[in-house]
Design a protein around this ligand. Sequence first.
Ligand code: AMP
Length: 300
Amino acid sequence: MTVVRTVSELRALIGSSRARRHTVGFVPTMGALHDGHLELARRAAAGNDLVVLSIFVNPTQFNDHADLAGYPRTEAADVDAASAAGVDLVFAPSAGEVYPPAFRATVMLTGPIVDGFEGANRGPAHFHGVTTVVTKLLNMVGPNRAYFGQKDAQQLRVVRALVSDLNLPVEIVGVPTVRDADGLALSSRNALLDSADRATALGLSRALAVGRRSFDHGERSAEAIVAAAAAVLTSFGVTPEYLAVVDADTFVSLAHLESTGALLIVAAPVGSVRLIDNFALGAPRPAGPSPAPDRKYLTT
Ligand code: AMP
């Protein structure tokens, strides 16, 4: 396991691996690794010859300075955990390495997938920060495949759109949400919850489970599903920023559901942190063909 901090070191190491025609799997993270991140790493290790995991708390996607300042940073433990999960190379750049003083680019998408929900509540700069840093990291690493969690469902949708719109030669792999035994979605921010907040946080997944049960029992009115889930949030003392049924592809709110392709999504403040979660309602809509990763120009 090697830790590198500069793009030139990263490229030198990946280049020698690529010269041996190895495939590269990439897991971008902000560190404070938990089993959700490590599941992404394990998937990457199972499907690729070389696994690169980045640890970079990207300042441009934070809308809240306190959230950025208090974001947990545990690099030494992260490196050990990543190594045990099959990561070969950790890329942990400084902010100055990613955003040198003269930095002037922004990569931004437009439309409902970035305007609503996370975009509306965290502000437009949030997804601009995500799409800019993901584009940069993909260009730095040049992976065949990159792994993202379904826990951040809107982010995953945005990254898929970014890769499609800009013809980035990488396959995006979505990985199901890893949860604690009681259902709470793992999140780096959970480390900032005290035991009372931890009990309150369980309201999110419990509410989503009740909404999904209502769907599974045949309810197709979004309003009724949201009302069932909202009652659970209230019983846990949680006031959501949003709780909605959306089309998983467009992130537009739905009034009436089909049997596939919808998500029940929630964001809520708990204690000093903001948590998000989502459950699929019905099977995902069948995806179109995924373009094969094309890295021939780098390997020949
Ligand atoms: P973060 O460090 O929070 O930026 O997350 C890095 C990656 O890990 C993102 O693709 C997240 O969606 C993913 N991730 C975070 N939490 C989980 C989880 N509980 N299960 C699966 N993936 C996750």
